[in-house]
Design a protein around this ligand. Structure first.
Ligand code: 4AD
Ligand code: MG
Length: 430
């Protein structure tokens, strides 16, 4: 007997097949039972007709409980009204394990309860859809860079360097020396850009952010491209092309998932180049116009970002932030040295900053000065300064937080549902 995944059943209409999975739901009407089986690839409506099966089979369907593991055999029939367009006329229904008291029932549950059961919650249709969208986003990221001849440079997770400020470091002991979990792979990519021209890294990053917001995780996945000889204007073009591409891929390949999540896709279909580009100084004016007090030098929090985003119907790129509120490595604007050639891209609909990037300082002495001004240990940055000593070159890059993009495209408000096992303030279980 051929074993088939539910997703592939439409190619097997008229055949007798076996499906392995778990009981998702069940409906009964007299002499007919309709168990719905899921196998991770889809949902299958099974039809059990009392006259067509033996008594043992009928009884096992009657007794089967939610999330019991099952092995079902029968013939595949076209049925336009069923999920996936097919149903299975059941001949045999074996229960591998009869599940007792599955804790997540179709009724409403509180978030804390579901988070404690995250390992089981992954089976629920909504969570399943979000993580499939994540899977598509991650594949589209790799395709985008691979197709444009970027080389993947896996950056280390254990590091001696603070890339994004010293206040959010997770510290660990490295054989008697201090080491940190990486906040960003950027510092390691810049030397690699001199070796390969176009590079990117994609991995987990860690920030001990003592803030309990829906937009922050302690462990999140970041993708970071870095390009030699790319200057600030080109960086904005790259960020825009890249975001348009990812959104297009999700719209094209995740239609089922977006439907399950009831995502308003018209908002996503609108995400086409060009995106609005404003400066930090313009953003201050937007805030003031909306009745929010803001002055040069203020950093924007989630609320400010949402007000700015709501003034546009596409992602908006804000550039040229004050040097003092941005990272030590950002190139000052030659036209206006108070501001840095850095950009943040803010997603629409209140999903916040999805991209942060900049042109990098490529002058050795200026970079050294900034390292000192930020009280960073110069010895630990000697290797990074080397990039400016041996054939320095203008270069730029950005970082995109994958979970924020998953949240935006899926339409789920909180990052905790965008990663299989979220690491949050006060949560490292399961
Ligand atoms: O703006 P950030 O801090 O930029 C950097 O780390 C640069 N080194 C990147 C680069 O230029 N190569 O972080 C980049 C992105 C943010 O825009 C946001 O999407 C995400 O990472 N991010 C977080 N996502 C979830 N939880 C957190 N705590 C995050 N912190 C940043
Ligand atoms: Mg940022």
């Amino acid at each position: 007997m051929t074993t088939v995944r539910i997703k592939e059943l439409p190619q097997h209409v008229g055949e007798k097949v076996t499906v392995n999975g778990w009981l998702y739901n069940k409906r009964t009407s007299g002499k007919l039972q309709f168990p719905i089986v899921r196998d991770g690839s889809g949902y299958l409506q099974c039809v059990v007709f009392k006259k067509e099966v033996d008594e043992a089979t009928w009884n096992s369907v009657e007794q089967v409980t939610q999330e019991s593991s099952v092995r079902v055999t029968g013939s595949v029939r076209a049925e336009p009204r069923a999920p996936g367009g097919v149903e299975l006329g059941v001949e045999s229904f074996e229960v591998t394990q009869l599940t007792q008291d599955y804790p997540i029932t179709p009724k409403e549950h509180g978030t804390a309860f579901l988070m404690d059961l995250r390992h089981l919650w992954l089976r629920s249709s909504k969570q399943h859809s979000v993580l499939r969208i994540r899977n598509e986003i991650e594949k589209s990221i790799r395709d985008f860079f691979y197709d444009r001849d970027f080389v993947l440079i896996d950056s280390p997770i254990l590091t001696a360097n603070a890339a994004e400020g010293t206040s959010t470091l997770f510290e660990t002991d490295y054989f008697g020396e201090k080491a940190y979990l990486s906040q960003s792979g950027q510092l390691y990519l810049e030397p690699a850009a001199a070796a390969f021209g176009r590079v990117y890294c994609f991995g987990p990053t860690f920030r001990a952010e003592k803030s309990k917001t829906r937009r922050h995780l302690m462990e999140f996945w970041m993708v970071e491209p870095e390009v030699a000889f790319l200057e600030f204007e080109g960086l904005q073009d790259l960020a825009e092309e890249y975001v348009e591409y990812i959104v297009g891929r999700v719209l094209e390949r995740c239609q089922e998932e977006l439907k399950t999540l009831e995502r308003d896709v018209s908002k996503l279909e609108n995400v086409k180049r060009p995106f609005p580009r404003i400066t930090y100084r313009d953003a201050i004016e937007v805030l003031k116009k909306n009745g929010i007090e803001a002055k040069f030098g203020d950093d924007f929090g989630g609320d400010e970002e949402t007000v700015i985003a709501n003034s546009f119907d596409k992602p908006v790129m804000i550039s040229r932030y004050p040097v003092e509120i941005k990272a030590f490595y950002m190139q000052p604007d030659p036209q206006d040295p108070q501001v840095a050639l850095g950009l943040d891209m803010i997603a629409p609909e209140g999903y916040g900053e999805i991209i942060g990037g900049s042109q990098r300082i490529h002058d050795h002495d200026l970079l050294l000065q900034r390292i000192k001004e930020h009280n960073l240990p110069v010895e630990a940055f000697q290797w990074y300064l080397d990039v400016r000593k041996y054939g320095t070159f203008p270069h730029s890059g950005f970082g995109m937080g994958v979970e924020r993009v998953v949240a935006w495209l899926s339409g789920v408000p909180h990052l905790r549902e965008t990663i299989p096992y979220p690491r949050m303030l006060n949560r490292i279980y399961p």
